[in-house]
Design a binder for this molecule. Structure first.
Ligand code: AMP
Ligand code: MG
Length: 400
Protein backbone atom coordinates (compact mmCIF):
# COMPACT_ATOMS: atom_id res chain seq x y z
CA UNK A 1 0.00 0.00 0.00
CA UNK A 2 1.29 3.47 -0.84
CA UNK A 3 1.49 6.26 1.71
CA UNK A 4 -0.57 9.38 1.07
CA UNK A 5 2.56 11.35 0.16
CA UNK A 6 3.88 8.67 -2.20
CA UNK A 7 0.55 8.19 -3.90
CA UNK A 8 -0.05 11.91 -4.22
CA UNK A 9 3.40 12.61 -5.64
CA UNK A 10 3.09 9.75 -8.10
CA UNK A 11 -0.33 10.98 -9.14
CA UNK A 12 0.61 14.65 -9.44
CA UNK A 13 3.61 13.83 -11.65
CA UNK A 14 1.30 12.28 -14.22
CA UNK A 15 -1.35 15.02 -14.13
CA UNK A 16 -1.32 17.11 -17.33
CA UNK A 17 -1.51 20.91 -17.31
CA UNK A 18 -4.31 21.93 -19.64
CA UNK A 19 -3.75 24.02 -22.78
CA UNK A 20 -4.11 27.79 -22.67
CA UNK A 21 -6.85 30.03 -24.00
CA UNK A 22 -7.41 33.77 -24.37
CA UNK A 23 -9.93 35.21 -21.92
CA UNK A 24 -11.38 38.67 -21.61
CA UNK A 25 -10.52 40.69 -18.53
CA UNK A 26 -13.99 40.22 -17.05
CA UNK A 27 -13.87 36.43 -17.46
CA UNK A 28 -10.47 35.63 -16.04
CA UNK A 29 -10.79 35.90 -12.25
CA UNK A 30 -9.44 32.73 -10.62
CA UNK A 31 -7.58 31.62 -13.77
CA UNK A 32 -3.82 31.20 -13.88
CA UNK A 33 -1.85 33.46 -16.21
CA UNK A 34 0.04 31.68 -19.01
CA UNK A 35 2.01 34.62 -20.44
CA UNK A 36 4.12 37.58 -19.34
CA UNK A 37 2.24 40.85 -19.12
CA UNK A 38 4.36 43.90 -19.87
CA UNK A 39 3.61 47.54 -19.27
CA UNK A 40 3.04 49.30 -22.57
CA UNK A 41 2.67 52.60 -20.72
CA UNK A 42 4.02 54.17 -17.55
CA UNK A 43 1.79 53.93 -14.49
CA UNK A 44 1.00 56.62 -13.58
CA UNK A 45 1.40 58.13 -17.06
CA UNK A 46 2.26 61.64 -15.72
CA UNK A 47 3.36 63.34 -12.49
CA UNK A 48 0.23 64.07 -10.49
CA UNK A 49 -1.01 65.24 -7.12
CA UNK A 50 -1.64 62.76 -4.31
CA UNK A 51 -3.83 65.28 -2.48
CA UNK A 52 -6.43 67.94 -2.95
CA UNK A 53 -4.45 71.12 -2.28
CA UNK A 54 -2.11 73.62 -3.88
CA UNK A 55 0.81 72.97 -6.20
CA UNK A 56 3.68 75.21 -5.12
CA UNK A 57 7.41 75.73 -5.27
CA UNK A 58 8.66 74.13 -2.05
CA UNK A 59 11.27 76.90 -1.68
CA UNK A 60 8.44 79.49 -1.53
CA UNK A 61 6.91 77.95 1.59
CA UNK A 62 9.92 76.68 3.49
CA UNK A 63 9.63 79.34 6.23
CA UNK A 64 5.87 79.49 6.49
CA UNK A 65 4.00 78.93 9.77
CA UNK A 66 0.57 79.15 11.34
CA UNK A 67 1.39 82.54 12.82
CA UNK A 68 3.23 83.88 9.81
CA UNK A 69 1.72 82.25 6.71
CA UNK A 70 3.17 82.73 3.26
CA UNK A 71 0.53 84.08 0.89
CA UNK A 72 0.56 82.93 -2.75
CA UNK A 73 -1.58 84.00 -5.66
CA UNK A 74 -3.67 81.25 -7.19
CA UNK A 75 -3.28 81.23 -10.98
CA UNK A 76 -5.61 78.38 -12.01
CA UNK A 77 -7.50 75.30 -10.84
CA UNK A 78 -6.44 71.92 -12.20
CA UNK A 79 -9.05 69.17 -12.00
CA UNK A 80 -8.35 65.44 -12.45
CA UNK A 81 -8.52 64.65 -16.14
CA UNK A 82 -7.29 68.02 -17.40
CA UNK A 83 -3.87 69.36 -18.30
CA UNK A 84 -2.59 72.51 -16.58
CA UNK A 85 -2.49 75.57 -18.79
CA UNK A 86 -0.05 77.72 -16.85
CA UNK A 87 3.39 77.45 -15.34
CA UNK A 88 3.71 78.12 -11.61
CA UNK A 89 6.36 80.72 -10.78
CA UNK A 90 7.67 81.93 -7.46
CA UNK A 91 4.91 83.61 -5.42
CA UNK A 92 2.22 81.58 -7.20
CA UNK A 93 0.23 78.40 -6.60
CA UNK A 94 -2.24 76.30 -8.59
CA UNK A 95 -5.29 74.80 -6.95
CA UNK A 96 -4.98 71.07 -7.72
CA UNK A 97 -7.18 68.00 -7.17
CA UNK A 98 -6.08 64.45 -6.36
CA UNK A 99 -4.87 62.74 -9.53
CA UNK A 100 -4.61 65.98 -11.50
CA UNK A 101 -1.49 66.62 -13.55
CA UNK A 102 1.25 68.61 -11.84
CA UNK A 103 1.84 72.00 -13.47
CA UNK A 104 5.32 72.95 -14.69
CA UNK A 105 7.28 74.94 -12.13
CA UNK A 106 5.66 73.42 -9.04
CA UNK A 107 7.54 70.70 -7.18
CA UNK A 108 5.24 69.89 -4.25
CA UNK A 109 1.62 69.98 -3.14
CA UNK A 110 0.42 71.53 0.11
CA UNK A 111 -2.67 69.76 1.31
CA UNK A 112 -5.83 71.79 1.46
CA UNK A 113 -6.31 71.16 5.22
CA UNK A 114 -3.31 73.40 6.07
CA UNK A 115 -4.32 76.28 3.80
CA UNK A 116 -6.94 78.99 3.63
CA UNK A 117 -8.23 80.27 0.28
CA UNK A 118 -9.56 83.80 0.15
CA UNK A 119 -10.57 84.93 -3.33
CA UNK A 120 -7.51 84.25 -5.49
CA UNK A 121 -5.01 84.18 -2.67
CA UNK A 122 -4.05 81.23 -0.53
CA UNK A 123 -2.44 81.28 2.91
CA UNK A 124 -0.09 78.37 3.52
CA UNK A 125 0.25 77.34 7.19
CA UNK A 126 2.72 74.45 6.83
CA UNK A 127 5.79 73.93 4.71
CA UNK A 128 6.33 70.97 2.35
CA UNK A 129 9.43 69.18 1.21
CA UNK A 130 10.32 69.05 -2.46
CA UNK A 131 8.32 66.20 -4.12
CA UNK A 132 5.93 65.93 -1.16
CA UNK A 133 2.42 64.75 -2.15
CA UNK A 134 3.51 64.20 -5.74
CA UNK A 135 3.08 60.84 -7.49
CA UNK A 136 5.66 60.43 -10.22
CA UNK A 137 5.43 59.08 -13.75
CA UNK A 138 6.14 55.34 -13.71
CA UNK A 139 6.27 55.24 -9.90
CA UNK A 140 4.06 52.12 -9.83
CA UNK A 141 5.22 50.51 -13.08
CA UNK A 142 7.63 51.60 -15.81
CA UNK A 143 6.93 51.20 -19.49
CA UNK A 144 8.47 47.91 -20.62
CA UNK A 145 8.45 46.29 -17.15
CA UNK A 146 7.31 42.67 -16.86
CA UNK A 147 4.52 43.11 -14.33
CA UNK A 148 3.11 39.57 -14.11
CA UNK A 149 4.58 36.21 -15.10
CA UNK A 150 3.10 32.83 -16.03
CA UNK A 151 1.75 31.01 -12.98
CA UNK A 152 0.30 34.14 -11.40
CA UNK A 153 -3.22 33.54 -10.14
CA UNK A 154 -5.51 36.28 -11.40
CA UNK A 155 -7.17 37.65 -8.26
CA UNK A 156 -8.94 41.01 -8.10
CA UNK A 157 -5.65 42.97 -7.72
CA UNK A 158 -4.24 41.29 -10.85
CA UNK A 159 -7.44 42.03 -12.79
CA UNK A 160 -7.16 45.66 -11.70
CA UNK A 161 -3.50 45.68 -12.78
CA UNK A 162 -4.46 44.20 -16.17
CA UNK A 163 -6.78 47.16 -16.66
CA UNK A 164 -4.02 49.57 -15.61
CA UNK A 165 -1.85 47.94 -18.26
CA UNK A 166 -4.55 48.41 -20.89
CA UNK A 167 -4.73 44.64 -21.21
CA UNK A 168 -8.26 43.66 -22.26
CA UNK A 169 -7.50 39.95 -22.49
CA UNK A 170 -4.87 37.51 -21.36
CA UNK A 171 -3.67 34.03 -22.12
CA UNK A 172 -4.60 31.73 -19.21
CA UNK A 173 -4.65 27.99 -18.54
CA UNK A 174 -7.99 26.35 -19.16
CA UNK A 175 -9.93 25.22 -16.12
CA UNK A 176 -10.72 21.51 -16.14
CA UNK A 177 -14.14 20.26 -17.15
CA UNK A 178 -14.76 17.41 -14.75
CA UNK A 179 -17.33 14.65 -15.31
CA UNK A 180 -18.84 13.23 -12.12
CA UNK A 181 -20.46 9.79 -11.87
CA UNK A 182 -21.88 8.05 -8.82
CA UNK A 183 -21.94 4.26 -8.93
CA UNK A 184 -24.22 1.92 -7.02
CA UNK A 185 -27.58 0.20 -7.45
CA UNK A 186 -28.62 1.49 -4.03
CA UNK A 187 -28.45 5.15 -5.02
CA UNK A 188 -31.64 7.14 -5.35
CA UNK A 189 -31.74 10.60 -6.92
CA UNK A 190 -33.26 13.48 -4.94
CA UNK A 191 -37.03 13.70 -4.98
CA UNK A 192 -37.72 9.99 -5.51
CA UNK A 193 -39.05 7.95 -2.55
CA UNK A 194 -36.52 5.57 -0.97
CA UNK A 195 -37.27 1.89 -1.61
CA UNK A 196 -36.09 -0.68 0.96
CA UNK A 197 -32.32 -0.97 0.85
CA UNK A 198 -31.85 2.28 -1.03
CA UNK A 199 -30.08 5.46 0.08
CA UNK A 200 -29.70 8.97 -1.26
CA UNK A 201 -26.88 9.68 -3.68
CA UNK A 202 -25.09 12.31 -1.64
CA UNK A 203 -21.56 11.99 -3.05
CA UNK A 204 -22.35 13.26 -6.53
CA UNK A 205 -23.56 16.55 -5.09
CA UNK A 206 -20.69 16.85 -2.64
CA UNK A 207 -18.13 16.17 -5.37
CA UNK A 208 -19.89 18.65 -7.66
CA UNK A 209 -19.51 21.32 -4.98
CA UNK A 210 -15.87 20.38 -4.35
CA UNK A 211 -15.06 20.66 -8.06
CA UNK A 212 -16.65 24.11 -8.12
CA UNK A 213 -14.66 25.15 -5.04
CA UNK A 214 -11.45 23.88 -6.62
CA UNK A 215 -12.09 26.08 -9.65
CA UNK A 216 -13.14 23.24 -11.97
CA UNK A 217 -16.23 23.03 -14.12
CA UNK A 218 -18.34 20.05 -13.01
CA UNK A 219 -20.38 18.04 -15.50
CA UNK A 220 -23.03 15.87 -13.86
CA UNK A 221 -23.11 12.43 -15.52
CA UNK A 222 -25.65 10.89 -13.15
CA UNK A 223 -25.68 7.47 -11.51
CA UNK A 224 -24.11 4.33 -13.01
CA UNK A 225 -25.64 1.03 -11.87
CA UNK A 226 -23.36 -1.77 -10.63
CA UNK A 227 -23.14 -3.18 -14.13
CA UNK A 228 -19.97 -3.26 -16.17
CA UNK A 229 -21.43 -2.62 -19.59
CA UNK A 230 -23.51 0.35 -18.50
CA UNK A 231 -20.66 1.75 -16.39
CA UNK A 232 -18.36 1.46 -19.40
CA UNK A 233 -20.83 3.34 -21.57
CA UNK A 234 -21.11 6.17 -19.05
CA UNK A 235 -17.32 6.35 -18.56
CA UNK A 236 -16.76 6.60 -22.33
CA UNK A 237 -19.32 9.36 -22.65
CA UNK A 238 -17.81 11.18 -19.64
CA UNK A 239 -14.27 11.06 -20.98
CA UNK A 240 -15.43 12.27 -24.40
CA UNK A 241 -16.99 15.34 -22.76
CA UNK A 242 -14.51 16.30 -20.10
CA UNK A 243 -10.84 16.73 -19.14
CA UNK A 244 -11.11 14.40 -16.13
CA UNK A 245 -13.51 11.91 -14.58
CA UNK A 246 -14.39 11.49 -10.92
CA UNK A 247 -16.38 8.46 -9.83
CA UNK A 248 -17.72 7.54 -6.44
CA UNK A 249 -18.09 4.01 -5.07
CA UNK A 250 -17.37 0.64 -6.61
CA UNK A 251 -13.59 0.67 -6.02
CA UNK A 252 -13.46 -1.83 -3.17
CA UNK A 253 -13.30 -5.61 -3.24
CA UNK A 254 -17.07 -6.23 -3.29
CA UNK A 255 -18.60 -8.44 -5.97
CA UNK A 256 -20.28 -5.46 -7.56
CA UNK A 257 -17.31 -3.10 -7.50
CA UNK A 258 -16.90 -2.65 -11.24
CA UNK A 259 -15.08 0.68 -11.47
CA UNK A 260 -11.56 -0.80 -11.46
CA UNK A 261 -12.38 -3.34 -14.18
CA UNK A 262 -13.89 -0.71 -16.42
CA UNK A 263 -10.97 1.64 -15.81
CA UNK A 264 -8.46 -1.10 -16.71
CA UNK A 265 -10.45 -2.01 -19.81
CA UNK A 266 -10.74 1.56 -21.14
CA UNK A 267 -7.36 2.86 -19.98
CA UNK A 268 -4.98 2.09 -17.18
CA UNK A 269 -5.09 1.99 -13.42
CA UNK A 270 -2.06 3.36 -11.55
CA UNK A 271 -2.95 2.65 -7.92
CA UNK A 272 -6.01 1.82 -6.00
CA UNK A 273 -4.99 1.37 -2.36
CA UNK A 274 -3.56 4.14 -0.20
CA UNK A 275 -2.72 3.73 3.49
CA UNK A 276 -5.16 6.27 4.82
CA UNK A 277 -8.35 6.35 6.81
CA UNK A 278 -10.92 7.31 5.78
CA UNK A 279 -10.46 6.14 2.22
CA UNK A 280 -8.16 3.15 1.70
CA UNK A 281 -9.75 1.87 -1.51
CA UNK A 282 -9.53 4.47 -4.20
CA UNK A 283 -8.55 4.16 -7.82
CA UNK A 284 -6.38 6.51 -9.80
CA UNK A 285 -5.77 5.99 -13.48
CA UNK A 286 -6.31 7.45 -16.89
CA UNK A 287 -8.38 6.99 -20.01
CA UNK A 288 -7.26 8.65 -23.26
CA UNK A 289 -4.62 10.57 -21.29
CA UNK A 290 -7.30 12.08 -19.05
CA UNK A 291 -7.09 11.50 -15.30
CA UNK A 292 -9.70 9.29 -13.65
CA UNK A 293 -10.21 9.49 -9.90
CA UNK A 294 -12.17 6.60 -8.39
CA UNK A 295 -13.26 7.87 -4.99
CA UNK A 296 -14.52 5.50 -2.30
CA UNK A 297 -18.28 5.29 -1.77
CA UNK A 298 -18.42 6.16 1.89
CA UNK A 299 -19.39 9.83 2.02
CA UNK A 300 -16.64 10.98 4.39
CA UNK A 301 -14.01 8.99 2.48
CA UNK A 302 -15.15 10.44 -0.81
CA UNK A 303 -14.93 14.03 0.45
CA UNK A 304 -11.59 13.54 2.25
CA UNK A 305 -9.91 11.71 -0.65
CA UNK A 306 -11.06 14.47 -2.99
CA UNK A 307 -9.58 17.04 -0.65
CA UNK A 308 -6.19 15.30 -0.37
CA UNK A 309 -5.81 14.03 -3.95
CA UNK A 310 -8.28 15.40 -6.46
CA UNK A 311 -8.20 19.03 -5.42
CA UNK A 312 -4.43 19.39 -5.94
CA UNK A 313 -4.72 17.51 -9.23
CA UNK A 314 -7.43 19.83 -10.55
CA UNK A 315 -5.37 22.83 -9.43
CA UNK A 316 -2.37 21.48 -11.35
CA UNK A 317 -4.50 20.99 -14.47
CA UNK A 318 -5.56 24.63 -14.23
CA UNK A 319 -1.93 25.80 -14.12
CA UNK A 320 -1.55 26.37 -10.37
CA UNK A 321 1.79 25.61 -8.75
CA UNK A 322 0.70 26.02 -5.12
CA UNK A 323 -1.30 22.79 -4.87
CA UNK A 324 -1.57 21.76 -1.22
CA UNK A 325 -3.29 23.49 1.63
CA UNK A 326 -0.86 24.73 4.25
CA UNK A 327 -0.50 22.54 7.32
CA UNK A 328 0.14 23.90 10.79
CA UNK A 329 0.40 22.75 14.39
CA UNK A 330 -2.65 22.45 16.63
CA UNK A 331 -3.01 21.51 20.28
CA UNK A 332 -5.33 18.59 21.00
CA UNK A 333 -8.27 19.34 23.29
CA UNK A 334 -8.68 15.63 24.19
CA UNK A 335 -6.81 12.32 23.95
CA UNK A 336 -6.71 10.71 20.51
CA UNK A 337 -5.63 7.19 19.52
CA UNK A 338 -5.15 5.64 16.09
CA UNK A 339 -4.85 1.87 16.44
CA UNK A 340 -5.01 1.45 12.69
CA UNK A 341 -2.05 0.74 10.43
CA UNK A 342 -3.08 3.70 8.31
CA UNK A 343 -2.76 7.43 8.90
CA UNK A 344 -6.06 8.76 10.17
CA UNK A 345 -7.47 12.09 9.00
CA UNK A 346 -9.83 13.06 11.78
CA UNK A 347 -12.46 15.70 11.33
CA UNK A 348 -11.93 18.56 13.73
CA UNK A 349 -12.99 22.03 14.75
CA UNK A 350 -9.90 24.24 14.71
CA UNK A 351 -10.11 27.45 16.69
CA UNK A 352 -7.49 30.02 17.56
CA UNK A 353 -7.05 30.66 21.26
CA UNK A 354 -4.24 32.77 22.75
CA UNK A 355 -2.14 32.59 19.62
CA UNK A 356 -2.37 28.83 19.06
CA UNK A 357 -4.79 26.52 17.31
CA UNK A 358 -6.86 24.13 19.39
CA UNK A 359 -8.25 20.98 17.73
CA UNK A 360 -11.45 19.31 18.92
CA UNK A 361 -12.62 16.25 17.01
CA UNK A 362 -16.23 16.26 15.86
CA UNK A 363 -17.61 13.13 17.52
CA UNK A 364 -18.02 9.72 15.86
CA UNK A 365 -15.51 9.42 13.03
CA UNK A 366 -16.93 6.53 10.97
CA UNK A 367 -16.39 6.98 7.25
CA UNK A 368 -20.14 6.94 6.69
CA UNK A 369 -20.84 9.66 9.26
CA UNK A 370 -21.11 12.70 7.03
CA UNK A 371 -22.13 14.84 9.98
CA UNK A 372 -18.56 14.60 11.33
CA UNK A 373 -17.49 16.69 8.30
CA UNK A 374 -20.44 19.06 8.42
CA UNK A 375 -19.38 20.03 11.94
CA UNK A 376 -15.68 20.34 11.03
CA UNK A 377 -13.60 23.14 9.56
CA UNK A 378 -10.40 21.11 9.30
CA UNK A 379 -8.60 17.80 9.46
CA UNK A 380 -5.96 16.65 11.91
CA UNK A 381 -3.43 14.01 10.93
CA UNK A 382 -2.90 11.12 13.35
CA UNK A 383 -0.09 8.80 12.14
CA UNK A 384 -0.70 5.05 12.20
CA UNK A 385 -0.46 3.50 15.64
CA UNK A 386 -0.01 6.88 17.36
CA UNK A 387 -1.57 7.97 20.65
CA UNK A 388 -1.70 11.57 21.76
CA UNK A 389 -2.81 13.08 25.03
CA UNK A 390 -4.77 16.29 25.44
CA UNK A 391 -2.33 19.20 25.17
CA UNK A 392 -0.04 17.44 22.71
CA UNK A 393 0.56 18.83 19.25
CA UNK A 394 -0.65 17.40 15.93
CA UNK A 395 -0.56 18.51 12.29
CA UNK A 396 -3.72 20.23 11.10
CA UNK A 397 -5.13 21.80 7.97
CA UNK A 398 -8.22 23.76 7.14
CA UNK A 399 -10.79 22.36 4.75
CA UNK A 400 -11.72 25.72 3.30
P1 AMP B 1 -18.92 1.07 -2.27
O1 AMP B 1 -17.51 1.56 -2.27
O2 AMP B 1 -19.57 1.23 -3.60
O3 AMP B 1 -19.00 -0.32 -1.74
O4 AMP B 1 -19.70 1.98 -1.26
C1 AMP B 1 -19.32 2.06 0.09
C2 AMP B 1 -20.43 2.68 0.91
O5 AMP B 1 -20.70 3.99 0.45
C3 AMP B 1 -21.74 1.93 0.81
O6 AMP B 1 -22.37 1.99 2.06
C4 AMP B 1 -22.51 2.73 -0.20
O7 AMP B 1 -23.88 2.58 -0.08
C5 AMP B 1 -22.07 4.13 0.10
N1 AMP B 1 -22.16 4.98 -1.08
C6 AMP B 1 -21.66 4.67 -2.30
N2 AMP B 1 -21.92 5.65 -3.17
C7 AMP B 1 -22.58 6.61 -2.49
C8 AMP B 1 -23.13 7.86 -2.86
N3 AMP B 1 -23.03 8.33 -4.09
N4 AMP B 1 -23.74 8.60 -1.90
C9 AMP B 1 -23.83 8.12 -0.63
N5 AMP B 1 -23.33 6.95 -0.24
C10 AMP B 1 -22.73 6.18 -1.14
MG1 MG C 1 -21.10 0.41 -4.56
Amino acid sequence: MLSVEEARQQMLESIPVLPTEKRGILECTGYVLAEELHAKENIPPFDNSAMDGFAVLSTDVKDTSKENPVILSVIETIAAGYAPEKQVSSGQAARIMTGAMMPDGADAVVMQEVTELIDDEVRIFENVERNENVRFTGESVNKGDCVMSPGKVLRPPEVSMMASLNCAEASVYRKPKVAIVSTGDELTPLGEPLKPGRIRDSNRYGIFAQVQNAGGMPVDMGIAPDDEAETERIFRESIANADALITSGGVSVGEHDVVKNVLMKLGQMNFWRVAMKPGKPQAYGEIDGKPVFGLPGNPVSSLVVFELFVRPALLKMAGHTDLLRPSFKAVLAADVTNKDGRVNYMRAILTEENGQYIAKTTGPQGSGILHSLVLANGLITIPSGASFHAGEIVEAQFLD
